[in-house]
Ligand binder design. Sequence first.
Ligand SMILES: Nc1ncnc2c1ncn2[C@@H]1O[C@H](COP(=O)(O)OP(=O)(O)O)[C@@H](O)[C@H]1O
Ligand SMILES: [Mg+2]
Length: 339
Amino acid sequence: MKRLYQTVPTGCDWAVEAQGLVKTFGDHRAVDGVHLKVRTGTIYAVLGPNGAGKTTTIRMLTTLLRPDDGSARIFGYDVVKESHIVRQLIGVTGQYASVDESLSAIENLVIFSRLLGMGRKEARQRAEELLEEFSLTEAANRPLKNFSGGMRRRLDLAASLIAQPPLIFLDEPTTGLDPRTRNQMWETIRKLVNHGSTVLLTTQYLQEADELADRIAVIDRGKVVAEGTADELKASVGNSSLQLKIQHSYDMERARQIVEQVLKVRSNTSTETGRITAPMTEADRVTDLLIALREAGIHLAELSVQKPTLDEVFLTITGHGVKKDTAVDSSSAVEEVRV
Ligand SMILES: Nc1ncnc2c1ncn2[C@@H]1O[C@H](COP(=O)(O)OP(=O)(O)O)[C@@H](O)[C@H]1O
Ligand SMILES: [Mg+2]
């Protein structure tokens, strides 16, 4: 097959190296000095809530938006000065959104393949391979307008893979998908890496980053607030967490202050349930805490120590709460949290 993508320079360890990227919209710094380093051949997740600056970061890395400050290299090529080379090294999902709705899945893929310079036979063959790979063979001849959201995304990914780009950007590839379709996407993303691509994805789901990524950057309000493997991030919040149920709701605020002072951590307070949750780094401090609470005349209804949840990981890192993902199957054995 003819090479459609530029060959990755040999010995290039880093697919992405971004230094102090900044993008300001009006007086709002949507991306505020982002550093990222993605090793070639890995899956990297940029994790953060809505509005954190994920898409803006991706747009700069994919040459679609010029950074106001900082710089970024893709396989060693500068995204501003060498954007024409960078574009030949990357695949971005979503870029094929304007395909013809009345054409079938296979027709769409064949058209893209032809546009990329493949011959008729080769284009057909590649389209069939990709449809098979993405479990779309049965739907191959259906017009796109009859596709479900999940099928559409898989086709979108398939289209971006026609020429097997060395680096693939996936901006929230599973947001809004049902759990089964999400699992299929995860499989697909793993396949991309097995085929030799590097993947940078963004997500609002902690579990997704945990499940897929070799490394994770947590991004909040335009800044990377934590970086590491999932295990490193979890370890950074302590091994277990302390849960207190306060008897009288009027004591909640005072109790929270004492917890934070004594344990020297941030806590998660829920006034509805009357519970305060805090990461516990040293078990000994709990004694000090109980004494301090008693001295303040605050009565506890319950006290328990638990393994940290993914909520607490994010809370500890960013200092603000998380939203539960209501789209997630509650019977799933693994806890899923939308941050
Ligand atoms: N073209 C734009 N013009 C003005 N503000 C924007 C634009 N794009 C994004 N923003 C703002 O920048 C912030 C980051 O947005 P975005 O990068 O889309 O976040 P995310 O993808 O993490 O949800 C948000 O506050 C958003 O409203
Ligand atoms: Mg976004």
